[in-house]
Each structure stands twice: as structure tokens, then as C-alpha cells.
Design a protein around this ligand. Structure first.
Ligand SMILES: [Zn+2]
Length: 71
């Protein structure tokens, strides 16, 4: 496998990403578990997504449905 993805900040090839648990906040100030993906070289955050392991809650159910449709 040839990995050609590179970090937009430091330009190094993206062979690894750091995955961290973070909390997303919505207008109801109800924290939603999310995952952030960052470059291991410069810590540039590349992506944040809802944590698929998070237990669905009533308020977040509609948000999760939206994400699933987009993906
Ligand atoms: Zn980087």
C-alpha cells in the first residue's frame, strides 16, 4: 500500500493519526462524545466526528441520523 495522504499543515505523509476523545457541545449544552483525528507530527486537527461507540441519547439521535445520511 502506498499512502499518499499528507498533513495540510506540516506536509508530512499521514501514516498515523492521533485519535482523541473530545466532547461536542450543541445549543442545549448537552455534551456529545466525539473523536478527533490529529497529525502525530504537528497536532493539526484533521477531522472530528461523532464517536460511533457513544450510546445514543434522545437529544443526539437526530444529529446522529443526519451524520449517517451524509456519510
Ligand atoms: Zn502535520
Amino acid at each position: 500500500m502506498i499512502n499518499q495522504g499528507e498533513c495540510p499543515k506540516c506536509g508530512k505523509r499521514l501514516l498515523h493519526v492521533r485519535i482523541e476523545s473530545v466532547f461536542g457541545q450543541n445549543n442545549d449544552s448537552d455534551d456529545i462524545r466525539c473523536l478527533s483525528y490529529s497529525c502525530i507530527h504537528c497536532n493539526m486537527v484533521l477531522n472530528v466526528q461523532l464517536d460511533p461507540r457513544a450510546k445514543p441519547r434522545r437529544r443526539t439521535a437526530s444529529a446522529a441520523a443526519v451524520v449517517e445520511r451524509v456519510v
